[in-house]
Design a protein around this ligand. Structure first.
Ligand SMILES: C[S@@+](CC[C@H](N)C(=O)[O-])C[C@H]1O[C@@H](n2cnc3c(N)ncnc32)[C@H](O)[C@@H]1O
Length: 340
């Protein structure tokens, strides 16, 4: 570069330099209770500061930042939630992402603080960051509060993804679905809503199934969705002609993935299928950004990784699946259908 040549655009660097500040403004708004407090109607910064026991000037500055980020609107002195904040950032909303947000702020934020070390030694960050050792989900479910937070976080992401995942392929020929590691049951519920003759089972660890029973029981398809406790690596899987694995394969090492896929394949009748919900990396590994960020998240949090459709197809074919098809859904996870 000569002294007279134009400078490269600094915008990508500046944007990334500041990106975490925007995230933290939203996290602080949720932690302080700003969006919940504004559900009752518009309020001034002074009224909110009294209600939320915050410093008036500092809170006003945070509220203005939220206006700039399109989470709040301001009319005169009154601040109000945008429809986006009401849907995703308030604790009474069925679409809330606050569980995943709190998990991100309290857990992932600290793990990501050690990303360079994780890349240096290629291992997850639990021991380094929190001093915890042992099986991954034992660490995430370290306390009942963390377990609920993580599971409700999965739920918030799930309810905005599962309707598209179950619609990605025509599943109307299947009579039963067992969602392995189904957490709160959002995928089973979405499938039963779309396929009105389908019966479904949510299968998850015993510490998670009480939350599934609670949320499935409150759904409009509760009569067709059961909940079973078990360990998918150890226990016999409930019989079914369709299984699903939503955001499960990306958690585990290749050996454990092959063990689980083989169990599913062996349990299926001929013509049965496995629906996999994962965010797919492009075949040429150029994106999408969300899958690549999730891939590094998996490095920090699990023993797994995100993959391309070709990489998933190779694993599925190794255990015997004859036909493997993938679809981008536009949702936070994509869909793969593997047929026996
Ligand atoms: C990343 S979450 C995904 C949850 C859900 N499928 C979704 O897409 O929102 C992983 C889930 O797998 C469950 N899980 C982990 N190990 C398991 C095991 N050995 N047997 C059954 N479920 C397990 C966890 O309890 C958790 O609900």
């Amino acid at each position: 570069m000569t002294p007279t040549s134009p400078l490269p655009d600094p915008a990508p660097v500046l944007d990334l330099l500041m990106a975490f500040r925007r995230s933290k403004v939203m996290f602080a708004g949720v932690t302080l209770g700003v969006f919940d407090a504004l559900e009752a109607g518009p309020k001034t910064a002074a009224a909110l500061a009294t209600e939320l026991k915050a410093d008036g000037d500092a809170l006003g500055r945070l509220l203005d930042a939220c206006v700039g980020l399109h989470l709040l609107t301001r009319s005169g002195e009154g601040y109000a939630n945008t429809p986006t904040a009401t849907a995703y950032l308030t604790s009474a909303s069925p679409r809330r992402l606050t569980g995943y947000l709190r998990f991100t702020d309290e857990i992932l934020w600290k793990l990501w603080g050690n990303l360079a070390d994780a890349v240096r030694d290629g291992t997850h960050g639990w021991k380094r960051t929190f001093g915890w050792d042992g099986p991954i989900f034992g660490q995430i479910f370290h306390t009942p509060d963390l377990r609920r937070e993580f599971t409700m976080g999965m739920h918030g992401m799930g309810v905005i993804s599962s309707p598209q995942v179950v619609a990605a392929f025509d599943l109307s020929r299947f009579r039963t679905l067992v969602d392995l590691g189904g957490a709160t049951g959002h995928l089973a519920v979405a499938a039963c809503r779309r396929y009105t003759a389908l019966r479904a089972t949510v299968f998850d660890l015993p510490e998670v199934t009480p939350i599934a029973t609670e949320l499935v029981g409150a759904s409009d398809v509760s009569a067709r969705v059961g909940v079973v406790s078990g360990d998918f690596f150890v226990d016999e899987l409930p019989a079914s002609d369709l299984y699903s694995l939503g955001r499960i394969l990306h958690d585990w090492s290749e050996d454990k993935i092959l063990l689980l896929l083989q169990k599913v394949y062996d349990r299926l009748p001929a013509g049965g299928a496995l629906l996999v919900a994962e965010k797919l990396i492009n075949d040429d590994r150029t994106g999408p950004d969300m899958a690549q960020m999730q891939d590094l998240n998996m490095l920090l949090v699990t023993e797994g990784k995100e993959r391309t459709l070709g990489e998933y197809a190779a694993l599925l074919r190794r255990v015997g699946f004859a036909s493997v098809d993938g679809r981008a859904t536009g949702a936070p996870v994509d869909a793969i259908l593997a047929v026996k």
